[in-house]
Design a protein around this ligand. Structure first.
Ligand code: ADP
Ligand SMILES: Cc1ncc(COP(=O)(O)OP(=O)(O)O)c(N)n1
Length: 277
């Protein structure tokens, strides 16, 4: 079974972060392991608080899983501080894991800040250069290229500027743009490739970024080349948004198991052969 690692924050509400990542990996049939960088108190209404995990314990988690399991891909999400980013980068280099997908999580869609401001430079200088693909949303792409959030700039310009930071591919997500199409743009340093799907009219998009990046990591682990991995992930996130999970009172999470009518399967007693003595 292909193994994929997520290095990210925990979302107590179950819709984003580690919880979304592991559900996504399970949906794609890969084995998901996790290194937790921060614990958020979060629900569909927002982030009520968070604490970071100590550097020592982040390093220990990384050593535990990287020395034992064999990862075909990994993704990073909420890394919270420069110190955590540095230890993550060191361990990825030490254990030489390929297929790193970087989701440069900065702010939750509720507006709550999940990354210290000084850590933006560490992401740019240390994490992005070792990434196969980075998946910033529009605002993250603007921040990483030194722009203001209000500035009008095309996905093409953002992608080509970000590519200069040293990653292999940039996927700028257009989920926060307006219009009938949810358009994401991939850049490999030469060509732009569009991934477009119908925009679903809903506010229930909690966890979309985490889910997309985990889907890409899972599909890279399954040995799909990058364009096919993104195409499959885009289809998955579109269906997951469409199906939604009406569980809370705010912006609800996507449904990671949209393709399954009954995700529990048939465990009724009539389907089991029991030997009794
Ligand atoms: N309402 C929507 N309908 C269809 N696709 C969407 C919608 N909102 C976001 N997406 C898609 O979900 C993925 C995650 O994008 P985005 O929401 O921009 O990321 P983030 O969660 O990091 O802010 C992208 O593929 C984007 O195009
Ligand atoms: C613990 C944690 N990590 C990441 C996020 C951000 O999730 P994302 O999928 O980028 O988008 P929203 O859920 O904010 O729409 C988070 N909220 N919590």
């Amino acid at each position: 079974m292909k193994q994929v690692l997520t290095i990210a924050g925990s979302d107590s509400g179950g819709g984003a972060g580690i919880q979304a990542d592991l559900k996504t990996m399970t949906a794609f049939g890969v084995y998901g392991a996790s290194v937790i960088t921060a614990v958020t108190a979060q629900n569909t209404l927002g982030v009520q608080g968070f604490e970071t995990v100590s550097i020592d314990l982040v390093a220990k988690q990384l050593d535990s899983v990287l020395s034992d399991l064999k990862f075909s891909a990994l993704k990073t999400g909420m890394l919270a501080t420069s110190e955590i980013i540095e230890v993550v980068v060191d361990k990825i280099k030490e254990y030489q894991v390929d297929n790193l997908v970087v989701d440069p999580v900065m702010v939750a869609s509720s507006g709550d800040i999940l990354l210290a401001e000084e850590a933006i430079t560490t992401i740019k200088e240390e994490l992005i250069p070792i990434a196969k693909v980075i998946t910033p949303n529009l605002n993250e792409a603007k921040v990483l290229t030194g722009r203001g959030i209000e500035e009008e700039v095309s996905l093409e310009i953002l992608a080509s500027e970000l590519h200069k930071l040293g990653c292999e591919y940039v996927l700028v997500k257009g989920g926060h743009q307006s219009g009938e199409i949810a358009r994401d743009l991939l850049y490999d340093g030469v060509d732009f490739i569009e991934f477009s799907a119908e925009r679903i009219d809903t506010k229930d998009t909690h966890g979309t970024g985490c889910t997309l990046s985990s889907a890409i990591a899972s599909n890279l682990a399954l040995e799909y080349e990058i364009k096919e991995a993104i195409q499959r992930s885009k289809k998955y996130i579109t269906e997951a948004i469409k199906a939604g999970c009406k569980v809370g009172q705010g912006n609800n999470p996507v449904n990671h198991f949209a393709d399954r009518k009954n995700s529990i399967g048939d465990f009724s007693s009539s389907s089991l052969k029991l030997n009794s003595t």
